[in-house]
Design a protein around this ligand. Structure first.
Ligand code: SF4
Length: 454
């Protein structure tokens, strides 16, 4: 029996990709390793968003090879540009000693073929024709091995055409490619039939989703919304781009039954000079106008963003503008990063404008302090209210109870105790207090807290 383990780094897109890699490996006769020590194959699904992410993956792989010298190591994800092994690929990652083969995520269907020479004892032939060719279409046709049936992730696009000056994605994941709508709907329907309550659509720019050259994100989400009648209760998507967040999108989202009042809309900065330098093709005023329209159309909608501080050339005034902007929008969360150069991107060539590391850290802390103040205040408004939580984990406590953690529709992490595990259930929770970003609550007196799913 040949066994495998997948180590995933990075965003939800990578976690979703790993579900497809697992599924393909199992079709080819590999089994998940019960213990780390028993894995014959290790696959690292990597993230390249920052240098730190790459260093983390490389550190992990080096240590793994030291601890498990006989394991075959394959690497995929955003660090990989070519597929193959030392005999036929010049991908720079292969120069790192512990790595045996690399594959671009869209070449996943070729993986069993690539593994054949590394596992001569494993009979690949008996598992049928799972050895496809590498293409985004074949990649999307692999059925994912879903870990949590109640909350699923469905990719709708791959790659990106926006070329933000700091970002490596267009060079690693390639140009933007939309998955056929029928495929997406079939996958969503399949998940809902198997109990999915929440679907998150994934892509680098979900709202530029198109078919036959025409943008049709609104058509897609409206069709998915119809799955409410079959049991779907929540829909989310990550990440949209402000450029494609047009009025018609907001209008459609506001009318949907499954759309969660939560939008993660990356701004990246709050001053026009920086947005221009980042090649983000909108201005602060436009972003704010979209945010206002969203909150008007979807009352109580929570807004999260991505922000980069310490971008090359950022001045003290730019930082003040960023902080003022974030206060005005009143964000519920920010995924804030300190700028780090990614090789071969335009921003990495602006060396003369790089900001000193210590100064970058100070700016990060100033921004983070302000975001915490607004984000925590927005959560405080929930204290005393009863909110619906989809439970993601239920852990037994020492005193015979279960500690449940999940998220509200606004994506607020929420914790509460119960007498039995409530994993995968939609539960009404009465919020009593907040601790940092977490809401803490109890089941309303005299109820089980469970919502009735029609
Ligand atoms: S929109 Fe910009 S930041 Fe997002 S993936 Fe594309 S290039 Fe990268």
């Amino acid at each position: 029996m040949t066994t495998y383990k997948i180590q995933t780094f990075g965003c939800q897109m990578n976690y979703s990709d790993s579900e497809r890699v697992s599924s393909l490996l199992e079709q080819a006769g590999f089994n998940p390793a019960k213990e780390d020590d028993t894995a014959d194959l290790l696959i690292a699904n990597t993230c390249s968003v920052r240098q730190k992410s790459e260093d983390k993956a490389i550190g992990f792989l080096t240590q793994w090879k030291k601890d498990h010298p006989h394991v075959t190591i394959a690497v995929t994800g955003c660090m990989i540009r070519q597929t193959g092994d030392a005999s036929n690929s010049k991908d720079p990652v292969l120069e790192l000693k512990p790595i045996d083969l690399v594959f671009r995520i869209e070449d996943t269907a070729r993986l069993p073929k690539l593994l054949e020479p590394h596992f001569p004892e494993h009979d690949f032939s008996e598992f049928g024709q799972v050895f496809g060719t590498g293409s985004v279409e074949n990649y999307f046709h692999i059925n994912p091995k879903v870990e949590n049936r109640k909350q699923v992730f469905v990719p709708i696009t791959q790659g990106c055409d926006k070329f933000c000056s700091f970002c490596i994605v267009p060079y690693t994941r390639g140009r933007e490619h939309s998955r056929p709508m029928d495929d997406i709907l079939a996958e969503c329907e399949h998940h809902v039939k198997h109990g999915a309550l929440e679907i998150t659509l994934l892509g680098q720019n979900v709202n530029s989703y198109r078919q036959d050259g025409k943008k049709c994100f609104t058509t897609l989400v409206q069709k998915i919304d119809k799955l409410y009648d079959q049991g779907l209760r929540r829909m989310r998507f990550v990440s949209p781009h402000p450029q494609d967040f047009t009025d018609d999108v907001i209008e459609v989202l506001a009318k949907m039954r499954t759309m969660c009042p939560y939008i993660h809309l990356p701004a990246q900065h709050g001053c026009d000079t920086m947005l221009r330098a980042m090649n983000r093709n909108y201005q602060v005023e436009q972003y704010e106008s979209i945010a206002k329209k969203i909150r008007k159309a979807i009352p109580g909608c929570s807004l999260a963003t991505d922000i980069i501080v310490g971008f090359p050339g950022e001045t003290e005034q730019d930082v003040k503008d960023l902080i003022a902007f974030a206060k005005r929008v009143d964000f519920d969360f920010s995924y804030t990063a300190i700028y780090s150069p990614r090789k071969n991107t335009p921003a990495a060539r602006m060396k003369d404008l790089f900001i000193d590391r210590e100064e970058q850290k100070k700016r990060f802390h100033r921004f983070d302090k302000m975001i915490k103040a607004t984000a925590w205040a927005r959560r405080d408004r929930k204290i005393g209210q009863t909110i619906e939580v989809l439970v993601e984990t239920s852990e037994p406590t020492k005193d015979g109870m279960y500690k449940n953690k999940g998220r509200s529709a606004e994506f607020y992490e929420t914790m509460f105790l119960s007498g039995r595990p409530l994993f995968g259930q939609l539960v009404n929770v009465q919020i009593e207090k907040r601790s940092n970003y977490f809401l803490n609550g109890i089941l309303p007196e005299g109820t089980t807290g469970l919502n009735v799913i029609a």
